[in-house]
Design a protein. Structure first.
Length: 117
């Protein structure tokens, strides 16, 4: 299912250009247009869900997260380490309301404790 006014649905459909990292029947992974780290890839399900709490079937959600390891392998950061982030709704600054997993890495990160930032 596709949502007509959704940016990431348009990317999945090829209506908006992107740099593909990985694709299969369920997910599409592409480079973030504004990378925050040397590696910054986004993974989306091809079906539209507004966010990670929108009732995604377990199999599809599992596939989405398993793809993070696949992407990390493709990008050469599986062993050095990577971080996955899924921003959800306003307090977490979700800006595109089609669920997506950020895969970040390529250099050492801090420990991610928000109380220290
Ligand atoms: P979030 O803030 O978690 O919703 O993340 C949305 C991400 O989508 C941001 O990191 C943006 O840089 C990225 N983004 C927005 N538009 C595009 C695009 N056309 N192609 C690739 N990444 C994009």
């Amino acid at each position: 299912m596709k949502k007509d006014d959704c940016l990431f649905c348009k990317i999945v459909a090829g209506e908006i250009p992107s740099t593909k990292v990985y694709e299969d029947d369920v997910v599409y992974a592409f480079e973030d247009v504004n990378p925050m780290m040397p590696v910054h890839t986004l993974i989306v399900p091809k079906n539209h869900y507004d966010n990670v709490a929108a009732g995604i079937p377990n199999e599809e959600l599992g596939h989405l997260f398993n793809t993070a390891g696949t992407v990390a392998d493709i990008k050469g950061i599986k062993d050095s380490g990577f971080r996955i982030i899924v921003n959800t709704n306003d307090d977490a600054c979700q800006s595109v309301h089609h669920v997506h997993v950020h895969v970040l890495g390529g250099e050492p990160m801090n420990d991610g404790d928000p109380s220290k930032s």
